[in-house]
Design a protein around this ligand. Structure first.
Ligand code: ACM
Length: 652
């Protein structure tokens, strides 16, 4: 018996894959503290967490002591709201020191150099919580970690009874790996209201993101008021409402109402910028030019080289590009600004003057991606420009355009950032690059001395499907959570000095509402948050997924939507020697069982369990599969048509 008692903690150790850190584990066992395997589940994983003996219990009257700093206003308000609403307890914020406050937020008088501007030190003791940081941002992140140590019900928007409001005693030292930790939210393809953008910000800051990149203009909408250019929002912000699979919509008829969309007034933008700033988020605006500019052109056709632009309308999801030859695409309409027209540069000067004033962030993103240049090739104005400026190729024409745009951006005291295509024709040394097509463009740009933000499709495109296309809303590519988690923005050998950080990009062609925006963002947003915040050597998929499951429960209570796709089975199919299908099933996470049927009925854990590749019966039409953990269904019911598997397996 004694022997059993002695080895019990070690058995627990072997099973407790969610234990937070090596230091934490060592400390935990040294103190013989009983561990609930899910008690500590922080995302992103902190740099160092040491578990101490005991638990802190929230008292019914909570005192938060905080130094005077206007920048702490939101941190304190957030903490007060999080603690008071679900507990129903009194929370008092005090300014001059009081005896034994419950929670102390302290700005270090002497800088702690390990913490930098965003790091924090959090001590949860039996009697008191203390968070110290060099800067207010650090305290904000320390508060986020503290909230994650409290029971999941702390996320509730209403009072929850009969909960023991405790947190394990810990000592945390934490700071980010990278300074740029972004999410891109495309508010152009579908418009999201100011309140929805705030909701998105509220969710992202819990995972210590600090940059919101707003994609404000595209073929489907211009989303920001520009004084003196009223048609941008009278015409450019509106299209015809269509629902279904975006990209293949029937072209709207002339008499269909153009009343779907919206835009932010300059007052709205100021409000959003201030809201984000209070939460230590900078908003980077993007106006995507010279391609993706149909909304601007429909508003002011003189910005196009193509006379027929007078008939152009803001895109409503009908096909306007031909990708059959690959990139760059062929424009079926000319959705580009004319690089040979001085009016374009006057227009951009007006736009960027106002944008520079509205957004205090250093960088303005000017797009530059996927420019369909086929209309330029045939245009006399462009040919003249090429002669005059000695431009030899059409990529040189885009390079000329980008240089002119950079001059405008710099003249407003801002830094130019663009998608990685701008490297093709050459771009000035001071241009910052957002690398999206793959990692290599970013690595090359960093080696060439450009500042780089990594957003490669293969890890960070959260508009892609998260599991099989038979279940997920259709997009042309897939990105599973486990793949996102492999993201290393600064791989071995990279020129780290120039890699500012990374972000995940949420394009919204297929995202029609904020609930779907959340579904696409979480949990992949956890994976990217950990890739940009946590030390590389601390990343561990199994450990991460255990914490992710705890955060699913938190998001449930916070009423934030997330994708359960990680529980879906993965289908692989090939033809065996007799030309029949051989269907292999697997799961992205360990410890799940899969039950299936071919008889159209819904399988449960009394049905056959998948063990070896399946051959469908001759008349079967559908393979239904569901994942279980033990006796509990955990995945969604998958309905895979045999015809679809036949297609995937190729010719008989
Ligand atoms: C992009 O995804 N076209 C930047």
């Amino acid at each position: 018996m004694k022997y059993i008692l002695r080895i019990l903690p070690f058995l627990f150790f072997a099973l407790n894959i969610s234990a937070q850190t090596i230091e934490g584990i060592t400390e935990t066992f040294a103190n013989s503290e009983s561990i609930s395997s899910n008690e500590i589940a922080i995302i992103p994983e902190p740099v160092r967490l040491v578990k101490q003996t005991g638990h802190f219990i929230l008292p019914h009257i909570i005192t938060i002591q905080v130094g005077k700093s206007p920048e702490l206003k939101q941190t304190v308000a957030f903490l007060k709201e999080r603690l008071s609403i679900p507990t129903g307890y009194d929370v008092n914020v005090v300014n001059p020191p009081v005896a034994n406050p419950t929670i102390k937020l302290i700005i270090n008088e002497e800088e702690d150099t390990t913490l930098g501007n965003e790091g924090y030190h959090l001590t949860v003791g039996v009697k008191q919580v203390v968070i110290r940081a060099n800067k207010p941002a650090g305290l904000f992140y320390g508060v986020q970690t503290l909230v994650q140590l409290l029971p999941k019900e702390i996320e509730s928007k209403e009072e929850v009874k009969n909960i023991k409001w405790t947190a394990p005693c810990v000592d945390v030292t934490d700071y980010p790996r990278l300074g740029w930790r972004g999410l891109m939210f495309d508010v152009a393809r579908h418009f999201f209201t100011k309140a929805e953008v705030k909701q998105y910000i509220d969710a992202m800051v819990r995972y210590k993101y600090n940059i919101l990149h707003l994609h404000l203009a595209d073929d489907e909408g211009w989303r920001i008021e520009i004084k003196g250019l009223p048609k941008l929002t009278e015409v450019g912000a509106w299209n015809v409402k269509r629902i279904g699979t975006f990209g293949d919509f029937i072209p709207p008829k002339a008499d269909e109402p153009r009343n779907y969309g919206g835009f932010y007034t300059q007052e709205d933008i100021k409000e959003l910028v201030a809201y984000a700033k209070d939460r230590f988020v900078d908003i980077m605006p993007e106006i995507d030019v010279p391609g993706h500019s149909l909304a601007a052109i429909a508003s002011y056709p003189e910005l196009s080289c193509t006379p027929d632009a007078v008939n152009y309308k803001v895109r409503s999801g009908e096909k306007i590009m031909d990708w059959s030859r690959g990139a760059p695409p062929l424009g079926l309409v000319d959705n580009t600004l004319c690089p040979a027209n001085e009016k374009v540069y006057v227009f951009l000067d007006t736009v960027f003057s106002q944008i520079a004033k509205l957004f205090p962030f250093q960088y303005i993103h000017v797009g530059g991606d996927e420019v369909a240049r086929n209309f330029w090739e045939k245009n006399d104005q462009v040919k003249e420009l090429m002669k005059r400026e000695g431009l030899k190729t059409i990529p040189d024409v885009q390079a000329y355009f980008e240089k002119r745009v950079e001059q405008i951006i710099v003249s407003k005291g801002k830094k130019f950032m663009a998608w990685d295509e701008v490297l093709e024709g050459g771009v000035s040394q001071s241009a910052a690059v957002m690398s999206w097509r793959n990692m290599q463009h970013g690595l090359d740009a960093a080696n060439a001395g450009h500042e780089v933000v990594m957003t490669p499709t293969q890890y960070a495109y959260i508009d892609y499907m998260q599991a099989d296309a038979i279940t997920e809303p259709k997009v042309y590519a897939s990105l599973r959570l486990s793949k996102s988690y492999e993201f290393d923005p600064v791989p071995e050998g990279a020129n780290a000095k120039f890699i500012k950080g990374a972000q995940a990009n949420l394009w919204t062609e297929q995202v029609f509402n904020i609930r779907q925006a959340e579904y696409m963002t979480w949990p992949r947003g956890f994976a990217i948050a950990e890739s940009v915040w946590s030390p590389k050597e601390k990343k561990n998929w199994t450990n991460f997924f255990t914490r992710t499951e705890q955060h699913f429960k938190r998001l449930d209570i916070a009423e934030t939507k997330y994708a359960p796709s990680v529980y879906d089975p993965i289908f692989n199919v090939k033809r065996s020697a007799d030309r029949n299908l051989a269907i292999s099933l697997s799961t992205e996470v360990e410890g799940l069982d899969m039950y299936y049927s071919f008889d159209n009925s819904f399988p449960d854990h009394f049905y056959p369990k998948y063990t070896t590749p399946l051959v469908p019966p001759i008349d079967a039409k559908v393979l239904k599969v569901i994942t279980y953990r033990g006796k509990t269904p955990i995945g969604r019911m998958m309905n895979m048509p045999i015809e679809e598997l036949e297609k995937r397996a190729g010719k008989r």
